[in-house]
Write a protein that binds this ligand. Structure first.
Ligand SMILES: [Ca+2]
Length: 311
């Protein structure tokens, strides 16, 4: 999916500016007749880029899950394009996010851990910075996910944070996902009709609070969802598959997490119900953002992209 996503963004940038000394620019047109222009400047699209964290591909209604409650994402998929044959090239947070921001595979951007930063030159070529250079108002909300130094001053609107974030702060009663929705609406309200914008919103949801007592705490409004649902246990949970794996896989971090989350059928149901509640909470905020775009009369010229860093 990411390659398609970044293609769209690159198209927006290409539309935004044509240097005068390149073919197609002013000097070239002065000596060559060229094609007739229909209008001086096509209206540049706004972009809302929504990124989930650790969202499995198949836990949305629009990707075939009959138990999921994701009406707003399903509606987006219905009126948009659902890329059904898309792949994350490097399925871990920071590396995947660096690919999304830069449009490059890991072997080229060379960010292969959680501490490495973009070089200043590479950061200037990320999609938000290219759009900003092209005149866009750029906003970032949520988990930045690449390096530890936050590029807060390079955005017109910044509500990003380093690390993983927490669903509930010490004093904070509102769920993080809902707070991010509030921030997105604040950003949209601050936009002006004459300036295109790009909002990047990176949910924490539905990432775990690793090793917390409750690892996937939902919005209190969603506590009652899925209470009676029984989620199907994957066939590959059977020990005969695990026994066939090599020792380094059997001893891996994944197995430790499986032990504390999925070891018994009861643990599996408890964790998966919370995970689906978190996804529904995220869906609610997507719905609020789309409703705000509609209220502002911006839906006709805004590209909304929804994807995940890894599953
Ligand atoms: Ca992730």
């Amino acid at each position: 999916m990411k390659r398609y996503v970044l293609s769209l963004v690159a198209l927006a940038v290409a539309t935004a500016s044509t240097p005068a000394d390149e073919p197609g620019g002013a000097k070239y047109r002065a000596t060559q007749p060229g094609p007739k222009r229909v209008s001086a400047q096509p209206k540049r699209p706004n972009i809302v880029f929504l990124l989930a964290d650790d969202l499995r591909w198949n836990v949305l209604g629009c990707t075939g899950d009959k138990l999921a409650k994701t009406p707003h994402l399903d509606a987006l998929a219905k009126r948009g394009v659902n890329f059904r044959n898309a792949f994350v090239t490097t399925s871990i947070c920071a590396v995947s996010r660096a690919s999304i921001l830069s449009g490059q595979y890991a072997r080229r951007h060379k960010i292969n851990d959680f501490a490495t930063e973009f070089t200043p030159a590479a950061y200037a070529r990320t999609y938000p910075m290219l759009l900003r250079t092209a005149g866009y108002r750029v906003g970032f909300i949520g988990k930045f996910g690449v390096g530890k130094m936050m590029p807060d001053t390079s955005f017109d609107y910044w509500k990003g944070f380093p690390g993983q974030g927490t669903y509930f702060g010490k004093e904070e009663k509102t769920h993080l996902t809902a707070r991010m929705g509030d921030q997105a609406i604040e950003f949209l309200k601050g936009c002006k009709k004459e300036q295109p914008f790009c909002l990047s919103l990176s949910f924490k949801c539905p990432h775990a609070m690793d090793a917390a007592k409750r690892e996937y705490p939902p919005d209190p409004r969603d506590e009652d969802l899925f209470k009676d649902a029984m989620f199907p246990i994957p066939q590959t949970t059977d020990a005969k598959f695990f026994d066939q794996m090599s020792k380094f896989v059997q001893d891996s971090e994944s197995r430790k997490r499986w032990e504390r989350r999925f070891k018994t059928p009861e643990m599996f149901q408890t964790i998966v119900r919370d995970y689906y509640r978190l996804v529904t909470g995220m869906d609610r905020e997507v719905g609020r953002i789309v409703a705000e775009l509609e209220r502002l009369g911006l839906t006709e010229n805004t590209i909304i992209i929804f994807t995940s860093d890894n599953g």
